[in-house]
Design a protein around this ligand. Structure first.
Ligand SMILES: [Zn+2]
Ligand SMILES: [Zn+2]
Length: 181
């Protein structure tokens, strides 16, 4: 493991949240979609199932996406702003079946606030370890998704959306076309 377990989970969840806002698709079109996202990424605590909550979560996405393109100083600015606005106060807590981990806002804080703070805390780890280069874009030319490379040898190139397979198929077709020409 490269980082603490909660850091890795938070980074993966932040990338997934960013990727719900595609250039020509909306991955969180309604409250039900947010419910599915909530469950899929192991969120717990306050969850209102309201349009207001959905709007707040969607509004967080462009701010987080910015981090994937920003230099270190700008990442720090964004992270500090997210922590400040949310009045983050780190506390070690234990709940459900999880071991002690950090929460920086109470569990009854709004979902978008908790998402912002969890991402910010994890990003603070990346900055301190000088590992922001692990925040990358999918290598597939038709894909705009972001990813977090948690592999030991920094070898991850494609997002989770099937781009690795698509790229392998294209490469195969190109080789075949070349050998038949
Ligand atoms: Zn927790
Ligand atoms: Zn992709």
């Amino acid at each position: 493991m490269l980082f603490a377990h909660d850091t890795e989970c938070a980074l993966v969840a932040a990338a997934a949240l960013v990727n719900t806002a595609g250039p020509d698709r909306e991955g969180l079109p309604d409250v039900a979609a947010l419910d599915r996202f909530f469950t899929a990424y192991g969120w717990s605590g306050r969850h209102e199932h309201t349009d207001a909550e959905l709007r707040q979560v969607r509004a967080l996405r462009p701010r987080l996406r910015r981090i994937w393109d920003a230099d270190t100083d700008e990442v720090v600015e964004i992270v500090n702003a997210l922590l400040r606005e949310s009045r983050a106060l780190p506390q070690l807590i234990r709940h459900d079946d999880e071991p002690y981990h950090l929460h920086a806002v109470p569990r009854d804080a709004p979902l978008a606030t908790r998402m912002a703070v969890e991402a910010a805390m994890a990003l603070a780890d990346l900055v301190r370890m000088n590992e922001l280069s692990r925040l990358r874009h999918c290598d597939h030319p038709d894909c705009d998704d972001v990813l977090v490379d948690l592999s030991k040898n920094r070898s991850r190139r494609f997002c989770d959306g099937g781009c690795g397979n698509r790229a392998a198929v294209s490469a195969y077709r190109a080789r075949r076309a070349a050998s038949h020409s």
